[in-house]
Design a protein around this ligand. Structure first.
Ligand SMILES: Nc1ncnc2c1ncn2[C@@H]1O[C@H](COP(=O)(O)OP(=O)(O)O)[C@@H](O)[C@H]1O
Ligand SMILES: [Mg+2]
Length: 251
């Protein structure tokens, strides 16, 4: 799905890594580890196209959708907790808007022929909406929010009122609802309590796509990943197993 070839990256003369190569398949679960400042976050930003490379090549299959949870909390405003998470499913929401417009139009026209035309168009949108999972969307969003520790009464709270940890959970919920092809999670467990952590682990174990997880939580990585990529001495070293496997190989 994605191939990184001989990537090289430096910041004002300081080399982060040279010759980083990595293949990411559609079901890969990769734990990205390395000391602080080794370039883990930068590698995510390179994959996302937010950070240029000095050398090498990045090949991304057409249409691949990313879901990125940044390490730093981004402030959110202008919506409720549930509204913000639902916003993630843009394609479904925009279909919903179109359907609403057609409904209004339908009630304002008299001509049966025009009505029939509109009804046909509406039917097509409805079908597409159902295929994309539109009817179950809100229920799914609520289920994700509950899993991440929100209570029913929090769903209608404004995101401006939330603390950093809860903002991060909203951002995470939004990404999970989108169900992208590749999840890039930068320290996702930092703000989670135990029950949310366990829920997230279960959710990710059953996740149908690929993921790269940056985490210091060895237990979390052990449960989730089947490959470890370690940035060390300006290189990316690959291990085909979970964190325990990596430790054994290193020993
Ligand atoms: N935009 C930037 N400009 C200059 N230096 C940067 C920039 N982003 C990151 N760095 C530096 O690159 C190094 C790696 O950063 P980062 O990718 O955040 O590491 P990690 O996520 O592994 O802790 C750090 O020394 C950091 O200060
Ligand atoms: Mg980082």
């Amino acid at each position: 799905m994605i191939t990184l070839q001989n990537l090289q990256k430096q910041f004002s003369g300081k080399i982060l890594f040279k010759d980083v190569s990595l293949q990411i398949g559609v079901r890969d679960r990769i734990g990205l580890i390395g000391p602080n400042g080794s370039g883990k976050t930068t590698l995510f930003r390179i994959i996302l196209g937010e950070e240029p490379i000095d050398d090498g090549e990045i090949l991304i299959a057409k249409g691949v959708r990313f879901g990125y949870l940044p390490q730093e909390v981004i402030p959110l405003k202008g919506d409720t907790v549930l509204g913000e998470v639902l916003k993630g499913a843009e394609n479904i929401i925009s279909l919903e808007d179109k359907m609403k417009i057609l409904e209004e139009e339908f009630s304002s026209i008299q001509d049966p022929k025009e009505q029939e035309k509109l009804a046909k168009e509406y039917g097509k949108l409805q079908e597409r909406y159902a295929i994309l999972g539109g009817y179950g969307l809100e229920a799914e969003a609520k289920q994700i929010l509950r899993g991440l520790g929100f209570k029913e009464r929090d769903f209608s709270r404004r995101t401006e009122e939330l603390s950093g940890g809860w903002l991060m959970r909203v951002a995470l919920g939004k990404i999970l609802l989108q169900s992208p092809d590749l999840l890039l999670l930068d320290e996702p467990t930092n703000y989670l309590d135990l029950s949310s952590l366990i829920w997230l682990e279960e959710f990710l174990i059953n996740y149908p796509g690929a993921m790269i997880i940056i985490s210091h939580d060895r237990v979390f990585l052990n449960h989730l990943v089947n490959r470890i990529a370690e940035i060390e001495n300006e290189q990316l070293h690959l291990y085909s197993g979970n964190y325990d496997f990596y430790m054994k190989e290193k020993a």
